[in-house]
Design a protein around this ligand. Structure first.
Ligand code: PLP
Length: 730
């Protein structure tokens, strides 16, 4: 049960606000959001839309006044009525589609979750996707419980030094400022379960985070009774070396299953979002073996209810642990599985890489019946990458499917656009699924109003840049040049291009800078100027990525570019919202096929922002000729590809993008551009929302897994252990 409520002095008439503030549903329910903002607009803004902090610091006199304000109370009652409905079971879609399922939840494990900027326990795309997934599961009424780790220090805060070098800093979070409730066991203590790690018992507690009807359980090893070193195991996301990481994955997987059991939650299907949580499957095999099931049957039963999603075609993105490290951390755990150590190691053997390491992705593949990549192209690449798990089988018959990623519409589409689309869909449409024919009607919206809605967002971005610069100038900065680099010289008229993503080298954040003179001419054209807004973090251990960032950073301060390049520090959900809603064009330049899906371009598209991208990830299926521009795929060495892509980007920008943007009618509206904006919204609405994605998971994987459907000849081989499961090759 959750411990005490952290907001405890509200007037009785409006005390439901405490529950509302502690459930992130308010974030994507427009009435709930308006209600909260109306309590104290100044605090709301200064606290970056954090209702927990707002309610705790709000003047009690103001709250007393609201408790008597008729119009506030009417709005309050109406929001609370819907909130009560949602909390119980979310939307109706899932129950209508699958009336025969028994309501047992899907347990969704992920190492990071990005739901709101007030709880920064994510590093990037994977976490934001997981957060969006939780929200849409609620919208569609999928019984769903998330499992993750509560990082006391999160990822890291980005600051850039005077030479453009990224520095990391981290402060301990104040959980009191976050919408979290601490869970306690039946005996009232914080310890919910224990597990052995590297020869020591670790006690685990957990916190609850709510998003509509979805419950997210976040594990916490920072309990007083634990050894000081162990208490740090849930402090930082992707921090430390291999051993730290293995221990975290061990806690997430094994500890996650045990905490769910301790809380009395009995999932009917188990989804590992990325390999980090593969031990969740192993632990479930152990449970069954301990209960007397034969190993082969236990494996078969676990597989039937397991869904595994792989997220990257980059080999370094798949964790591999040396066997002696596994031995040290997992100890004699294998005995509980009824196998010897060699056999246990087989679970992590990758026949495609015979390096003796324990491959976490291979483990997840072995123990899942339902496996997928995150775009069609990535599915294909993954089938090739993991073909050796199914010896003798043609790549096309490797049973790895794909569900293309999506983004949560209610969280990512600006209010201006959601309001604009009311005329197509009616009110409160954004939590439901819609037909293609409905989306097509977006084309009928008046061009001028469509364009105006975008300009409002664009001005919002520029104001945000200035206010952020002011805040940092006051607190942190000594050098005036920072002000230029932060975008204070950006103006509302020029074509504004956004590029925000992790500074991994394959994403090529510096591709535009290969010919600085050509870039300068593009940006500083007197009649048709162009602006660039960058944001993103490099992984703290990735010096090459930091060098790319540094190059961009220096350009923001280079007078040749006349202040037309900006870098916004500390990319997070809040900055991401501003950017995808406020720029004119989204730019994406991954080296094909390294981007499994990419999602920021979908967020931009939902806001009428066309994309210019290499044909990778979702763009390989999402580009339709009208919703942006595609850089054709070329072959060659990395250097050759970079050169060709560089040339192609500039040709498209100079000959197509800039002319389209600056061609105006007598009212000043760029009609061709607006047509592309609408095409972007329509394509993203039809195919790239999180609602579509979760529905697809439900139909393809969750429903069969919830029924324990393990039939088929698609099971991968577990060498030596599974004669009973011998599969038919080709
Ligand atoms: C959407 C998002 C990402 C992922 O963007 P990609 O296009 O997949 O690189 C990363 N970080 C934040 C804060 C996001 O909102």
């Amino acid at each position: 049960m959750p411990a005490r409520n952290k907001i405890h002095y509200l007037p009785e008439r409006i005390e439901g606000l405490a529950d509302l503030a502690l459930n992130l549903w308010w974030r994507w329910d427009r009435d709930a959001r308006t209600l909260l903002a109306s309590i104290d607009l100044d605090l709301w803004r200064s606290q970056r839309h954090n209702p927990v902090v707002m309610l705790r610091t709000c003047d009690p006199a103001r709250l007393a006044e609201l408790a008597k304000d008729e119009s506030f109370l009417a709005a309050y009652d109406s929001v609370m009525e819907r909130f009560e409905e949602v909390r119980k079971s979310g939307g109706r879609w899932f129950r209508e589609q699958f009336p025969d399922l028994d309501g047992r939840p899907v347990a969704y494990f992920c190492a990071e979750f990005g739901l709101h900027s007030s709880i920064p326990i994510y590093s990037g795309g994977l976490g934001v996707l997981a957060g969006d997934h939780c929200k849409s599961a609620s919208d569609l009424g999928v019984p769903f419980v998330g499992v993750g780790l509560l990082y006391a220090r999160g990822y890291f805060d980005q600051t850039i030094n005077l030479d453009g070098w990224q520095m990391s800093s981290a402060v301990d979070f104040d959980f009191e400022r976050m919408p979290l409730s601490r869970l306690t066991g039946p005996d009232g203590s914080y310890r919910l379960t224990r597990l052995e790690t590297a020869g020591r018992q670790i006690s685990l507690g957990a916190w609850e985070l709510l998003a509509g009807s979805t419950r997210l359980i976040l594990l916490d090893a920072d309990l007083e009774e634990n050894h000081p070193d162990d208490r740090e195991l849930t402090h930082t996301l992707y921090g430390g070396g291999g051993e730290y990481r293995l221990k975290q994955e061990w806690i997430l997987g094994v500890g996650g299953v045990r905490v769910l059991r301790a809380l009395g939650i009995e999932p009917g299907a188990w989804h590992a979002n990325e390999g980090h949580s593969a031990f969740m499957m192993v632990e479930r095999v152990r449970e069954k073996v301990q209960a007397g099931t034969e190993w082969a049957d236990a494996v078969r039963e676990v597989r039937a209810r397991s869904v595994f999603t792989t997220h990257t075609p980059v080999p370094a993105g798949h964790d591999v642990f040396p066997q002696d490290l596994i031995r040290r951390v997992c100890g004699t755990y294998h005995e509980g599985l009824g196998v010897n150590e060699t056999e246990f190691f087989e679970l992590g053997r990758n026949p495609g890489a015979d390096d003796g390491g324990f491959h976490i992705t291979a483990t997840a593949i072995r123990l899942s019946r339902h496996i997928n990549g995150v775009s069609r192209l990535h599915g294909e690449v993954s089938r090739g990458m993991w073909q050796s798990m199914w010896p003798g089988r043609a790549v096309s018959r490797v049973p790895i499917g794909s569900v293309t990623n999506g983004v949560h519409l209610g969280s990512w589409m600006s209010r201006a656009f959601i309001g604009l689309l009311d005329e197509v869909f009616g009110r409160d449409w954004e939590k439901e699924l819609h037909t293609d024919a409905e989306w097509e009607r977006v084309a009928e919206i008046d061009d001028e109003r469509f364009w105006q809605a975008h300009l409002v967002q664009k001005l919002g971005l520029l104001t945000f840049c200035r206010e952020e610069a002011r805040r940092r100038w006051k607190r942190l900065w000594r050098e005036a040049s920072h002000l230029v680099g932060a975008g204070t010289l950006l103006s509302p008229q020029p074509l504004t291009i956004g590029f925000a993503r992790r500074f991994a080298t394959y994403k090529r954040g510096d591709l535009l800078f290969r010919d600085e003179e050509r870039l300068r001419l593009l940006l500083t054209d007197v009649k048709r100027p162009v602006q660039l807004v960058f944001a993103g973090k490099a992984h703290p251990a990735d010096d090459e990525g930091k060098r790319v960032l540094q190059r961009v950073w220096h350009a923001t301060r280079d007078p040749r570019f006349e202040g037309r390049i900006a870098f916004i520090e500390d990319y997070d959900l809040h900055v991401a919202h501003r950017m995808v809603q406020g720029v004119d064009l989204w730019l994406n330049l991954p080296r094909v096929p390294k981007e499994a899906s990419g999602t920021s371009g979908m967020k931009a598209a939902l806001n009428g922002v066309p994309q210019l991208s290499t044909v990778d990830g979702w763009w390989a299926e999402g580009f339709n000729g009208d919703n942006g521009w595609a850089i054709p795929r070329v072959n060659g060495s990395a250097e050759e590809v970079d050169n060709l892509d560089h040339r192609a980007v500039f040709e498209i920008l100079e000959r197509q993008v800039v002319p389209s943007y600056y061609e105006r009618d007598e009212r000043g509206i760029p009609l061709d551009w607006v047509r592309r904006m609408k095409a972007s919204v329509i394509e993203a609405g039809k195919h790239f929302t999180m609602g579509r994605m979760v529905a697809e998971y439900a139909e393809k994987y969750y429903a069969p897994a919830l029924q324990g459907d393990g039939e088929g000849d698609d099971l991968p081989v577990i060498p030596r252990l599974t004669d009973a499961l011998a599969i038919a090759g080709d």
